[in-house]
Design a protein around this ligand. Structure first.
Ligand code: C2O
Length: 567
């Protein structure tokens, strides 16, 4: 009996130890609903979560579990994606509409359950259905485990900075109109910081976001590019940023005046109150690498305000405006990107089992014979398109790819996505018009569990070269090299950084250039890889990696939750 009691006590102790190793569970309710939001002198019926814009900030520690019940009270289908969360064996909680789940219909609900493990820093969540993420997004902050600390001095304050993009219209109408006409969608009317355009826009001074600081303090800004279609420069007057992390992985710290974020990317920076106590603008505006394309050239601002107690009533002096890079300053982008390093030597796969070469870029479809001219308002009576290896991705519409795969339902997708372009050409040169029209398809690329994967992402100059923020779901990857022109395995492979490359979930592929990523396919599921410019996903710049189950019990995807929405 005594021995049994001791055993029981030991078991209980073990269980509680295991529990604490597994972290806490955080339960949240997200109600997706139409909410009155006043911006740019006008009241909009924006889709929000819980009536908040931006949506609620989720704060957890590494190792914790999130349980988020999403109820859809809006009139659109919706799903929520936890951008950058690895979703180890929980692909059902990833969120992209028709890839890992059917959308949550109006009136429906679905509970996302997942664990966050081995990631620290800043991620975010957003709607992953049509263009709803224009207003449906929020920060996901992952702090170190309770007994651990940041690999830099503990910041006095932490402020999430969500860069967004605002239309003086319903964003769903904007994309619907573009899909109807085949032309490029209207550009946005403002960028925002934490939902506010800031002083430089009409009717916006009052809501301007204030970021407080005191002299001598060092604070952490968690910067997220939640804009739909625009890479953004972000800078601050008279201060410097010390970059310490990106996409929830730490970086070797370095200082810079300006950072660049493609949509989807996050960057953690420290700022120190080392300037005369006053007011300074934080500002973001476009990095525009595409040619002959319209873009929103406005500037959003927030105010860094010194609050030095006891005289803490801040002066209302006009804030100092920083200098921003020119819209097309690719040199600044390159210099910034080259500065990103992992803090120490990392485990990059040195051998590769799967080697993919993917062209990413735009295209133009000829006007289908059944279409009237008003549906072909792209250049010279065409419709805009985009593709990966000439396949313009189309979503299924009656079941998700992951469900079809799991249940063995045929006819939803094919697994013949090509590992290299069907035709070799001078990708960044003057491309023959005969190669401008992609082929639509719902094709996935299958890989074995545990494969060591290398993907070369090659921009094309079809229609226009452009910096494409390519995001892979379900994984972080090492960016081992980037360059301009066409990737040349013979001369470029020797330049790979296999020592301390940055670990990210979104890579900004250089305009008219390429990037090489590596990762181990250790997470079974159907993982979308796409350009995070929503206009390009709309046009088909996406594909799916289908990672098979492994043999071990912990190498298979979990069974789907009982409340997984049906189509
Ligand atoms: Cu942040 Cu597929 O998305």
């Amino acid at each position: 009996m005594e021995a049994f009691k001791t055993l029981l006590a030991m078991l209980l102790l073990l269980a509680s130890a295991l529990c604490s190793a597994n972290g806490k569970t955080h339960e949240h309710e997200f109600v997706v609903q139409a909410t009155k939001v006043k911006r740019l002198c006008k009241t909009h019926n924006a889709i929000t979560v819980n009536g908040q814009f931006p949506g609620p900030t989720l704060e957890i520690n590494n190792g914790d579990t999130l349980v988020v019940k999403v109820t859809n009270k809006a009139r659109y289908n919706v799903t929520i994606h936890w951008h950058g969360v690895r979703q180890m064996r929980t692909g059902w909680a990833d969120g992209p509409s028709f890839v890992t789940q059917c959308p949550i219909r109006p009136g429906g609900s679905y509970t996302y359950r997942f664990n966050v493990e081995g990631q620290e820093g800043t991620l975010w969540w957003h709607a992953h259905s049509s263009w709803l993420r224009a207003t449906v997004y929020g920060a996901l902050i992952i702090r170190p485990r309770e007994e651990e600390s940041f690999p830099f001095p503990k910041p006095k304050r932490e402020t999430p900075i969500l860069l967004g993009e605002w239309w003086d219209a319903n964003p769903i109408d904007v994309v619907t109109e573009a899909t109807r006409t085949g032309a490029a969608p209207n550009v946005s009317d403002a960028y925002t910081i934490n939902g506010q355009p800031g002083d430089l826009y009409k009717c916006s001074a009052k809501g301007s976001v204030i970021v407080p600081i005191a002299s001598g303090e060092t604070n952490l800004l968690r910067v997220i590019n939640a804009a739909l279609n625009q890479p953004l420069f972000f800078t601050i007057a008279n201060h410097k940023f010390t970059v310490v992390g990106a996409d929830a992985s730490y970086l070797k710290p370095f200082t810079t005046k300006v950072i660049l974020l493609g949509p989807g990317q996050t960057t953690d920076v420290l700022i120190t109150g080392d300037q005369p106590p006053s007011r300074y603008y934080l500002a973001a505006r476009a990095y525009q690498s595409a040619q002959n394309a319209g873009f929103d050239n406005t500037t959003t601002t927030a105010i860094l305000e010194y609050r030095n107690p006891p005289h803490s009533s801040p002066s209302k002096v006009k804030p100092l405006m920083p200098l921003l890079p020119a819209y097309n300053d690719t040199n600044i982008v390159t210099a910034f990107t080259k500065s990103l390093r992992s803090p120490k030597k990392v485990e990059v796969p040195t051998e590769v089992d799967e080697s993919l070469f993917l062209t990413v870029g735009l295209g133009l479809n000829k006007c289908p014979p059944s279409f009237r001219a008003r549906r072909c308002q792209g250049p010279n009576g065409t419709r805009f398109a985009a593709s990966v290896n000439n396949v313009s991705f189309t979503l299924p519409n009656n079941i998700s790819i992951l469900q079809a795969q799991y249940l063995g339902i045929p006819g939803v997708f094919t697994t013949d996505f090509p590992a290299r372009p069907p035709v070799k050409f001078d990708y960044t040169g003057n491309v023959s018009r005969s190669l401008w029209q992609p082929v639509p398809g719902t094709k996935a690329y299958k890989m074995k569990f545990g494969s060591r994967v290398q993907v070369v992402l090659q921009d094309t100059s079809i229609v226009t070269p452009e910096n494409h923020p390519i995001h892979l779901h379900g994984y972080d990857f090492y960016i081992v090299a980037e360059g301009f022109g066409n990737f040349d395995a013979k001369k470029d492979t020797s330049k790979f950084n296999l020592v301390d490359p940055p670990l990210r979930n979104t890579v900004a592929v250089p305009v008219n250039g390429w990037a090489v990523i590596r990762f181990v396919a250790d997470n079974p599921g159907a993982w979308l890889m796409h350009c995070h410019l929503d206009v390009h996903i709309t046009w088909g710049l996406a594909t799916v990696f289908l990672v098979e189950n492994g043999v071990g019990k912990l190498q298979s995807i979990e069974p789907p939750p009982a409340d997984l929405p049906l189509c």
